[in-house]
Design a protein around this ligand. Structure first.
Ligand code: URA
Length: 263
């Protein structure tokens, strides 16, 4: 027979999977949690098989990848496609990039940013002196948003509900990787991670900070650069990346500083 604590944990877990991260507790609930946390750690029902299983970033990310496969908060919406596309890169990276959602190519190959936008992203990383294997790349939504039976290669941005459903996973990824900074690629990722609204133009150019003081930079999505090849668009993204390089204390040559400057 489940104890009151079991019932409470199941309820809290359900809320967490829906993206709800804080709840008001009455005195009885607070007492249960207080007694529970006073017990030895070995009796605490943690979301893992054994106490030492999730010590490293590799283990934590692998665990999250498995959880994401059957993430009920996302599945129950019925608006996302079947295949889950998680992340790629180094789980020890100091830089995390957060995109929007997998598209046709990403769903086919099971990896974020492998289509045209991914090629543009690789170019940006090369200009920074980085390779994608050296950083961690993920999406704010782990499933390609559905557009019905005849979707073909068409993609759409995830809705706020779809983003909210996946957000607990993304936040857990950031806690596991513990990077020095994060870049949101595009407004969708920025709104999901930082909350609020606003265009990329109004959000970029400054550091934002998550609750744990993790610095976040917002820049244009690489697909924006595919549509707008102007020098000023490329310079804007580049200036954001120069700020990221400074934050990461990466070497920056004079030549790099001048990329995409008007002559
Ligand atoms: N665009 C994104 O935002 N993410 C991907 O993985 C691919 C394209």
């Amino acid at each position: 027979m489940p104890t009151l604590r079991d019932i409470m944990c199941a309820g809290l877990k359900r809320l967490q999977e829906q993206g709800i991260e804080s709840v008001a507790l009455d005195a009885e609930a607070r007492d249960i949690l207080r007694n529970w946390s006073a017990q030895p750690a070995s009796t605490v029902a943690a979301p893992r098989a054994s106490g030492s299983e999730l010590d490293t970033p590799e283990q934590k990310i692998d665990y999250l990848r498995r959880r994401a496969l059957n993430w009920s908060a996302a599945r129950r919406l019925g608006t996302l496609r079947e295949k889950m596309v998680f992340s790629v890169g180094d789980v020890h990276a100091r830089l995390v990039l957060v995109g929007e959602a997998p598209g046709y190519d990403e769903e086919r190959l099971g990896e974020p940013f492998v289509g045209k936008a991914g090629q543009k992203l690789n170019e940006i990383l090369r200009a920074m002196g980085l390779r994608r294997e050296q950083i961690y790349i993920t999406n704010i939504c782990k499933f390609r948003p559905s557009m019905g039976d005849n979707q073909g290669t068409a993609n759409r941005a995830p809705t706020p509900e779809e983003i909210a459903a996946c957000l607990p996973i993304v936040r857990a990824e950031l806690r596991a990787i513990h990077p020095a900074c994060v870049v949101c690629l595009g407004a969708t990722a920025a709104h999901g991670l930082l909350g609020g609204e606003g265009s990329v133009g109004s959000l970029r150019g400054v550091w934002h900070y998550l609750a744990d003081n993790l610095p976040v930079r917002v820049t244009y999505h690489p697909s924006y650069l595919l549509r707008n090849e102007s020098l000023s668009a490329r310079r804007s993204v580049w200036e954001d990346m120069l700020a990221v390089m400074e934050m990461l204390e990466l070497p920056i040559s004079e030549k790099q500083r001048g990329y995409f400057s008007p002559r």
